[in-house]
Design a protein around this ligand. Sequence first.
Ligand SMILES: N[C@@H](CCC(=O)N[C@@H](CS)C(=O)NCC(=O)O)C(=O)O
Length: 216
Amino acid sequence: MITLYNVPVSSYGSKIRIILDHKQLDWTEIPPPDGYGSAAYKAIIPAGTVPAIDHDGFRLADSEAIAEYLDTVFPTPPMRPNAPQAAASAREISRFHDTRIEPLVRSYFSQVTPANRDAALIAANAALLQTRLDDLAAIAAPAQLMTGDNLAIADCGFVASFTIIALLQDILDLPVTLPPAIAIYRESLLAHPDVAGEYARYRAVLDEWAATKLNA
Ligand SMILES: N[C@@H](CCC(=O)N[C@@H](CS)C(=O)NCC(=O)O)C(=O)O
């Protein structure tokens, strides 16, 4: 049995939910007791971060570690290429997302509440985010998905990030444009049958979260 510790709006959590569903695993989700980072949660998951899993008593944090563990223990359908160079390139893309794109996208969360907005910060971050998306277009060559036709670990983090970027474009007029190849990739990814359900859930949760901030 797999228990996923998660909070609804976590983008790394969304990445793991897609993998669990794609592999058709039995899993349940619970919130971290007293919230992430709490002493109660750290007694279970010492890193204190979400997502984390408990698989029959084996506990693990960090979305990339969890993704690779799940793909090793439940290898069907495989979510990493076999060939060493293709596997390493896929991991490079996944790490680029997790370390270069997601943290930057998440840094806008504080700017959603109108009273907290800092126009100069928004503009500076937008220029950096545009650079990183342009870098992604140079690093990756999606066809249709990151590693070909099949859903890979390298795809899963982008679902939440694309959703957040669209929200920010909408409410902050964020001057960021997806490079053409990445825009085409986004359409293929969000339409994938094992992604569409999580995409709809995440979008609804994010919209609800944003509505509370916009009315704050
Ligand atoms: N590298 C981690 C990052 C996870 C992460 O930053 N999660 C956030 C919530 S979305 C969190 O738990 N933050 C708690 C903290 O920083 O103490 C992963 O991929 O799982």
